[in-house]
Structures are given as structure tokens and as C-alpha cells.
Design a protein around this ligand. Structure first.
Ligand SMILES: [Zn+2]
Ligand SMILES: [Zn+2]
Length: 239
């Protein structure tokens, strides 16, 4: 994979535009709209699934917890990948994934100036990779497990959407009241917790939805282990 060193990061900061080009903005609006439509479709199917399979209602708390853990893990995995592998020049993923995370290290406060579409376009695109197959396949299956899996997918997608907002709130000097409430309840990542990622070499605390999994993943050296596996396969870190 192409390398991006510390000097390149400085170049990225200097070249960063204050807002995305019009083409990227149109894509952000498209991804957010597709996300909203598919979530609405899945929510309707979950609702009718509950009517047919009432026992699945009992699984809602477990499915909700599993989906939020999955969202937190996904946020950490994608964040770790973008921080450490590829470059802004990597086809497809470079401009949409690597560049935003590298720019964020150079200018952490910029995220607080993004509007809804700029903040959520990339995350909505990521969520489409699970929303589209779920929407195409699961409504055709009339079974309790399919309703539970639809609910899991829907809540996971909403958790992914929450990630960019929670990350932005963690960088705000004065987040909205609802954000402060969620931070205090531990339902989204707090500013103090996320500051540990930015305080050092950006090598820990990758999870940015709730941050619940950071202690576990950092404690067992999960990402360092993955890096050793990838290095053994010939894939080297670029940052
Ligand atoms: Zn951050
Ligand atoms: Zn980072």
C-alpha cells in the first residue's frame, strides 16, 4: 500500500479545503437520502415482523445492546484502518475514508464546523453496505430470526450514523444539551475519553461511537495483533 508519513500529513493539512467540492457534496446528499429511505423501509418491515412474531419483542434489549457494541467496534476498526493503512491517493477509499481521518488529526476542531451532510455522508455510505443486502434479502424471509436480524441491521446503521455525531460532539467546547445528556449517561463517547486518542500518537482509543470497547481492545492489544498479522502477510502500515 502507498505510504503517507508525517510530512505528508502536514501537506494534507496545508492543502485541505474549507469544505468539500460540489461533487462530493452531491454524493453526501445522495448517500444520506439512500440511508434514510432504506432505514425507513427496514423499520416498516421490523414493525410488521413484530406483529407476526410477537416473541421477537423479548429480544429487543439484547439486539439493541449487540447492535451498539457492533457499531462501536465498526467505528474502531474503520478508524484504525484509515489512520494506519492506505493514503489519500488510494483508489475509492483514499478520498472518502483515509483523507478525512488524516485531516482530522491535523485539525481536530474542523469536524465541529461540518454540516449534517458533510458530517454523515461517508458514514451513511459505509452503512449502505449492510443496509442494501439486508433490505433486499431479509423481507423475503418470514421467520423470527429474520425480524431480529432486520432490527439488528437497522440499529447498527443508526449507531453508525450516531458515530459521526458523537465524534463531533466530543470535540465541541459547548455540545448541544442532548449530547451532554448522552455523554453523561455514557451512551456516546465523552470528550475526556476521546481526548486520549488525540493526546498521543493516535495509536489507542480508536472506537468513537460509545467508546465502550476501547478498554477491552486496547487491553488485549487487538489492533497491534492485527498489525502483526497484516505485516506477516506483507501489508505494512503507512502512518
Ligand atoms: Zn477526534
Ligand atoms: Zn485517529
Amino acid at each position: 500500500m502507498g505510504g503517507v508519513g508525517r510530512n505528508d500529513t502536514v501537506i494534507v493539512k496545508e492543502a485541505a479545503a474549507p469544505s468539500r467540492p460540489l461533487r462530493h457534496r452531491a454524493l453526501d446528499v445522495l448517500f444520506c437520502s439512500a440511508f434514510a429511505l432504506l432505514c425507513a423501509g427496514l423499520a416498516r418491515d421490523v414493525w410488521t415482523g413484530f406483529a407476526r412474531h410477537e416473541l421477537t419483542l423479548l429480544l429487543v434489549p439484547a439486539v439493541g445492546l449487540a447492535s451498539f457494541l457492533a457499531a462501536d467496534f465498526s467505528s474502531g476498526f474503520v478508524h484504525w484502518m484509515a489512520d494506519n493503512y492506505g493514503s489519500p491517493a488510494t483508489p475509492l477509499l483514499g478520498p472518502k475514508l483515509v483523507t478525512p481521518f488524516r485531516e482530522h488529526h491535523a485539525d481536530p476542531q474542523a469536524i465541529t464546523r461540518h454540516d449534517f451532510f458533510e458530517a454523515n455522508g461517508d458514514n451513511c455510505l459505509t452503512a449502505l453496505f449492510v443496509l442494501v443486502p439486508a433490505y433486499v434479502w431479509l423481507p423475503r424471509v418470514d421467520a423470527p430470526w429474520a425480524t431480529s436480524l432486520e432490527l439488528f441491521t437497522l440499529l447498527l446503521a443508526l449507531g453508525v450514523l450516531l458515530t459521526s455525531m458523537a465524534h463531533g460532539w466530543a470535540h465541541m467546547d459547548r455540545p448541544p444539551a442532548v449530547a451532554r445528556l448522552l455523554q453523561r449517561a455514557g451512551l456516546v463517547i465523552s470528550a475526556e475519553h476521546h481526548a486520549r486518542h488525540h493526546a498521543g500518537e493516535h495509536r489507542t482509543h480508536y472506537c468513537i461511537t460509545t467508546g465502550w470497547l476501547n478498554r477491552v481492545l486496547d487491553g488485549i492489544g487487538f489492533f497491534r495483533g492485527l498489525e502483526r498479522v497484516l505485516a506477516a502477510l506483507g501489508v505494512r502500515r503507512s502512518a
